[in-house]
Design a protein around this ligand. Structure first.
Ligand code: 3PG
Ligand code: MG
Length: 399
């Protein structure tokens, strides 16, 4: 890769220099308590931050959290993240109450060598996500003023053409952090020449989100296993009734077309767990995929499907998995996701878990993270990488 990385920057010496680090600290928070429910993304950026701290840099970290609308919104504050980051680093993190205002300025000015500051949510500022180059640029100018160098370690956000991802690196000497480097190294193995059989498992709720990646993967993969909410649009395309399951009616024709062109590579569920309501205590049964009762909705793949998918996975040498197989947050509908995750860990394969929900599922289900080859911190980003799209954050580091 023609990108300079953290070691290049460390080699130049960073002691006493201000290093602006874009991280993806967009962690899930409990709706009631506001507590962090999965700190995987915070842990993932520690290697970069610790290296900078040890080298005596003044480390200024910035991130988004959630999707606030360009103005401060307390429910999306990064303050709890600053606390958790400090615990994990073993040193206090100085939290700025704004992103580029007085609090940020004085926090950055007050940093001693080897200390870390976290700025408030980037998306509290319109300029961060603006489609207008000048508006984004003006915000990027303000951010860039806090650093003598820039490190992008926000893999989960490299697919966003946002000020902190795309415009700041044009204004400062820039390198990829340890996490971004590792993610790109791993994903490039999948787009390059993966060891075969190469099996991809896709789940999650929306076909429309996954369409581009299915198109891109079909020629490359040996098997594509489809579960999760999106499987019902495919089952409908096969001619089955899906009751009140999640259905994207306008995608049925597209799915039919994909199935026809797939040369038998696509495997769909043969049984599903169908419930009478979307609720943890709903009445539910396993039914054949072509026999979902009209008043029921599928909330997980069934055991026969898990067995079939597991058999395909056991042959694989390379595996990519994105998206849960069912509503794993509810115990009654978690067996599909758990079964697939376990099958992946048992396979003698290089396995990559793609981001967001599937990474959270691995941890929520108490599975051993180290039995996967790589757990990506990027959901959308890893999918767009596999689609072969140009990722603005990576392109900005290359130039
Ligand atoms: C994510 O969680 O997918 C990343 O943090 C990017 O967030 P976004 O989808 O709101 O841009
Ligand atoms: Mg996203």
């Amino acid at each position: 890769m023609s990108i300079r990385n953290l070691d290049d920057l460390l080699g130049e010496g960073v002691s006493g220099r201000r290093v602006l680090v874009r991280a993806d600290l967009n962690v899930p928070l409990d709706k009631q308590s506001g507590e962090i429910t999965d700190d995987g993304r915070i842990r993932a950026v520690l290697p970069t931050l610790s290296a900078l701290v040890q080298a005596g840099a003044k480390v200024v970290v910035c991130s988004h959290l959630g999707r606030p609308k360009g103005a401060p919104d307390p429910q999306f504050s990064l303050r709890p993240v600053a606390g958790r980051l400090g615990e994990l680093l073993g040193a206090p993190v100085h939290f700025a109450e704004d992103t580029v205002g007085d609090s940020a300025r004085s926090t950055v000015e007050g940093l001693a060598d080897g200390q870390v500051a976290l700025l408030e949510n980037l998306r509290f500022n319109k300029g961060e996500t603006s489609k207008d180059d000048a508006e984004r640029g003006a915000f990027a100018d303000q951010l860039a003023a806090f650093g003598d160098a820039y490190v992008d370690d926000a893999f989960g956000a490299v697919h966003r053409k946002h000020a902190s991802v795309y415009d700041v690196p044009a204004r400062l000497p820039h390198v990829a952090g340890r996490l971004v480097l590792r993610e790109v190294e791993v994903l490039s193995k999948l787009t390059g020449d993966p060891e075969r059989p190469y099996v991809v498992v896709l789940g999650g709720s929306k076909v429309s989100d996954k369409l581009a990646v299915i198109e891109a993967l079909l020629p490359t993969v040996d098997r594509l296993l489809i579960g999760g909410g999106m499987c019902f649009t495919f089952l409908k395309a096969q001619g089955h009734e899906v009751g009140t399951s999640l259905l994207e009616e306008e995608m049925v024709e597209t799915c039919r077309n994909l199935l026809e062109r797939s040369g038998g590579k696509i495997l769909l569920p043969v049984d599903v767990v169908a419930a009478d309501a979307f609720a943890p205590d709903a009445t539910h049964d396993t039914v054949p995929a072509d026999g979902i009762p009209s008043h029921r909705l599928g909330l997980d793949i069934g055991p026969e499907t898990v067995a079939g998918f597991a058999a395909a996975l056991s042959q694989a040498k390379t595996i990519f998995w994105n998206g849960p197989m069912g509503v794993f947050e509810m115990a009654a509908f978690a067996n599909g996701t758990r079964g697939i995750a376990e099958a992946i860990t048992k396979a003698d394969a290089f396995s990559v878990v793609g981001g967001g929900d599937s990474a959270a599922a691995v941890r929520a289900l108490g599975l051993d993270e180290s039995s996967f080859g790589h757990i990506s911190t990027g959901g959308g980003a890893s999918l767009e990488y596999l689609e072969g799209k140009t990722l603005p954050g990576i392109a900005a580091l290359e130039s």
